[in-house]
Ligand binder design. Structure first.
Ligand SMILES: Nc1nc2c(c(=O)[nH]1)N[C@H]1C(S)=C(S)[C@@H](COP(=O)(O)O)O[C@H]1N2
Ligand SMILES: [Mo]
Length: 197
């Protein structure tokens, strides 16, 4: 791998306007923001801020582990092809929580990451079977660079929806405002917060 691998080139088979890179960059709208110190693989699920469950430890074993190969498209026009993600399907976790009594699924959701980034979703887009809660990339645990310890992977959406360092999903009844760069909710463990903002 050389620095030239990060150079975007024209390639067939990509969405309009995209260029292929041969190495996966670490990408952020604030590149100097530190990647958080990875903690345990835990996901808090809430509705309008009321916590329904935190999936942690053995609770993850309830869900089938899957591997899935997909391309990654950043809206700033670079694409990287053939990433092999490993994890569980988001829809399986949601179905599990529903059978535990989380009755209705509100139409919107906000994913919160430990570095203070969040991403807004239409719930329907999250329940597509190719949306993963990924813990692995190319057979190895996620690195800090690419989202340790847990990452949302939604191949049908642009990179900025693929939240790294995912800690919480909050479902919402009303369409939330775009939250680019918004601050983290209070339940993000302090140990995971970056040393500098
Ligand atoms: N927590 C978090 N998730 C994030 C980002 C970020 O800065 N913080 N950047 C997003 C953007 S714009 C892109 S293109 C991808 C980049 O993923 P990568 O750094 O693994 O290449 O992560 C997305 N998810
Ligand atoms: Mo991006």
């Amino acid at each position: 791998m050389s620095a030239l691998d990060y150079w975007p080139r024209r390639a067939d088979g990509l969405p309009p306007g995209q260029r292929e890179v041969r190495a996966m960059p670490r990408f952020s709208d604030q590149p100097l923001r530190w990647a958080p110190v990875p903690g345990a693989v835990e996901l808090t699920v809430s509705v309008e801020g009321d916590v329904h469950a935190t999936v942690a430890g053995d609770a993850w074993n309830r869900y089938e582990r899957v591997e899935q190969v997909s391309d990654f498209h950043c809206v700033t026009t670079w694409s990287y092809r053939g990433l092999r993600w490993g994890g569980v399907r988001f829809v399986d976790v949601i179905e599990g929580l529903r059978s535990d009594g989380m009755a209705h699924l509100p139409p919107y959701a906000v994913a919160h990451a430990a570095d203070g980034v969040s991403a807004v979703f239409v719930t329907e887009d999250l329940t597509h079977p190719d949306v993963l809660l990924a813990t692995h990339l190319d057979g190895e645990p996620l690195t800090r660079r690419h989202g340790a310890p847990l990452r949302l992977v939604s191949p049908g959406q642009y990179g900025y929806k693929n939240a790294k360092h995912l800690v919480a999903i909050d479902f919402r009844h009303e369409e939330p405002e775009s939250t680019l760069g918004a601050s983290s909710p209070s339940w993000v463990p302090k140990s995971m917060m970056p040393a500098v903002a």
